[in-house]
Design a protein around this ligand. Structure first.
Ligand SMILES: [Zn+2]
Length: 468
C-alpha cells in the first residue's frame, strides 16, 4: 500500500514537472485538418507551375498567404537570381533550440502535362472517384501540402519542439535545380543549424492494395548524361565513303550497348535487400538476405537482375536514348550524334566511368561531352534519430510492416543540400499504389486519394514529433 502510494506520488510529481516545462499539446480535430489539407492541395494544383517556365512565384505567394494567416514570418527570396516569375520560399517554426533543426523541402514546379491525354484538366484540382487529380498531386505538391499542414498542426497544438522546423519551397527542381542551388549559395545562414532534411525520394511500396514496406530514402544515383559525337565529311548518299560519321557512331554505340557494367552493392542497397528478403519464400529469401553472395549464384543472379529496379540499384546503368544522323535519306551528314543516359551509383567516380566508355569504344574519333554535371554523392546514415522517428511512426500505423531504405534511381535536390553538411532523406508520406505512381508521376492522370492526403499529414506530424 505504502509502496503503491509512493509510486503514485512520484508519477504525480513527474507529471507536474512535465506540465510546468511543457504544456500538454492541444487536441487537434484531425477530420477538419484533413479537409483543410485536401482543399489546400486542390487550390495548389490549380496554380500552373509547369517548368519551363515555372512561374513558381505564384505557388510561393499562395503558400505565403496560408502561412502568414497562421502567424509565420515568410520570406520570398532569390527572385532576382532565378529570373522572372521564379522564387524560393522560406519560413521556420521555432523550437527551444536544444537540438538542431529539421528542414521540410519540396519543389513548387511540375513537369508539363498534355491535357488531351488526361481524363480531367491537369490544372483543375478536380475531385473524382475519391481522388484529387492534377499535375503535381504526387510529384510533389501533395507532399508539400503534407509538410505544410503537419507544421501548421504542430504550431496549433502547441507541441514543444526541441528542433526548429524549417519549411522551404524551391523553384526548378524538374529542370536545372537552380532553386535549390541558389538557396544553398545565397542563404547558408538559414541552413547552418539544420541537421536533417526531408524531401521526395523514398517511396513506400503498395502492391494490389497491400502496403509492403515504408521507405526512407538514404541514397540516390547520380545523373551523368553524355552526348556522343562523330564528325565526318558530308557527301551524296549514292556514293558511300569511309568518312560517313553514321556507321562509325553506330559501331561505337553497339559496343556501349553490349557492355555490361559491373555489379556493386552499396551499404543502403545491401540493407534494402536484407530488409525485403522476409517477403520471399526460400530460396529467394536467402539470396536476398545477403545479396552479394546471392549474385554469385547464377540462378539467383538471373532472377534478381530480371527486376529492372533491382538491376538499376546494383550497378551503374547506361541507356542509349537520343540519336541523330542525316535529316535527308540521300545526304551523308557532316556529323552524327547520340545521347546516353548514364546513372552512377553514389560511390562511383564519373571520371572512371568516362575512361571505361572510351576504352570500350576504342575509337578516338568518338567524342564524349558531358551534358549534366553530376551532383554530389548521396548516402545518408541509416541509423539516425530521423530514421528512428520514421520507424516509430510507421510502426504505430502497422506493426507488421517494416521500414527500409530504397535507393532512388532518379534524381532529387537532396545532394545539393547534403553538400553543405545536412543529412538528407527522401520520404513519401503517402501509400500510393505502385501502378498509380508509375502512371502518374511525369505521366498522365496524376492523382492522389483523398484518404492519402489525411494519412500523409498525420504521418508527417508524428515523424516530426518523434524526431524531437
Ligand atoms: Zn519531384
Amino acid at each position: 500500500m505504502q509502496k503503491a502510494f509512493f509510486v503514485f506520488a512520484i508519477v504525480a510529481l513527474n507529471a507536474s514537472i512535465a506540465t510546468a516545462q511543457a504544456p500538454e499539446p492541444k487536441k487537434l480535430d484531425w477530420d477538419s485538418i484533413t479537409k483543410e489539407a485536401q482543399q489546400t492541395l486542390q487550390d495548389y494544383l490549380r496554380i500552373n507551375t509547369t517548368n519551363p517556365p515555372g512561374n513558381e512565384i505564384k505557388g510561393a505567394l499562395f503558400l505565403k498567404n496560408i502561412l502568414e494567416k497562421e502567424g509565420f514570418q515568410v520570406q520570398i527570396m532569390d527572385t532576382a537570381e532565378l529570373g522572372a516569375g521564379r522564387a524560393n520560399l522560406y519560413t521556420r517554426l521555432k523550437g527551444n533550440g536544444s537540438k538542431k533543426a529539421i528542414a521540410l523541402v519540396h519543389h513548387i514546379d511540375v513537369v508539363p502535362a498534355t491535357a488531351s491525354y488526361w481524363d480531367v484538366d491537369p490544372f483543375s484540382g478536380t475531385v473524382k472517384d475519391g481522388y484529387i487529380w492534377g499535375r503535381g498531386a504526387l510529384d510533389m505538391k501533395g507532399e508539400g501540402i503534407a509538410h505544410l499542414m503537419a507544421m501548421i498542426a504542430l504550431k496549433r497544438a502547441g507541441v514543444q519542439l526541441n528542433r526548429d522546423i524549417v519549411f522551404i519551397a524551391n523553384s526548378d527542381e524538374e529542370s536545372g535545380s537552380t532553386g535549390a542551388l541558389m538557396f544553398v549559395r545565397n542563404h547558408p545562414d538559414l541552413l547552418k543549424d539544420v541537421e536533417y532534411l526531408v524531401t521526395e525520394g523514398g517511396d513506400n511500396l503498395v502492391e494490389n492494395g497491400t502496403l509492403k514496406y515504408f521507405g526512407v530514402g538514404v541514397s540516390e544515383k547520380r545523373t551523368f548524361w553524355q552526348k556522343v559525337t562523330v564528325k565526318g565529311v558530308p557527301s551524296h548518299g549514292s556514293r558511300p565513303t569511309k568518312l560517313n560519321p553514321v556507321p562509325r557512331l553506330v559501331a561505337a554505340l553497339n559496343k556501349i550497348a553490349n557492355y555490361e557494367t559491373p555489379l556493386h552493392v552499396t551499404p543502403g542497397v545491401d540493407k534494402f535487400f536484407r530488409d525485403i528478403s522476409r517477403m520471399y519464400p526460400e530460396p529467394r529469401k536467402t539470396w536476398l538476405s545477403n545479396v552479394t553472395a546471392g549474385l554469385k549464384n547464377p540462378k539467383a543472379k538471373e532472377w534478381i537482375l530480371s527486376n529492372v529496379y533491382w538491376n538499376a540499384i546494383l550497378r551503374n546503368t547506361i541507356s542509349l536514348t537520343g540519336l541523330t544522323g542525316s535529316n535527308k535519306t540521300n545526304v551523308i551528314p557532316p556529323e552524327a550524334t547520340a545521347e546516353i543516359d548514364i546513372r552512377l551509383l553514389p560511390d562511383q567516380n564519373p571520371v572512371d566511368m568516362l575512361a571505361t566508355l572510351q576504352k570500350i569504344v576504342g575509337d578516338t574519333a568518338v567524342h564524349f561531352q558531358r551534358l549534366i554535371e553530376p551532383k554530389a554523392p548521396l548516402e545518408s546514415p541509416t541509423n539516425s534519430d530521423f530514421v528512428k522517428a520514421v520507424e516509430r511512426a510507421a510502426h504505430d500505423r502497422d506493426p507488421n510492416v517494416f521500414v527500409t531504405t530504397p535507393m532512388l534511381t532518379g534524381a532529387t535536390d537532396r545532394p545539393i543540400y547534403q553538400k553543405v553538411g545536412i543529412k538528407a532523406y527522401g520520404l513519401d508520406p503517402f501509400k500510393v499504389e505502385s501502378s498509380d505512381a508509375q502512371r502518374g508521376v511525369h505521366g498522365n492522370n496524376e492523382r492522389i486519394s483523398l484518404e492519402n492526403v489525411g494519412f500523409g499529414v498525420r504521418y508527417m506530424y508524428d515523424i516530426l514529433r518523434y524526431a524531437q
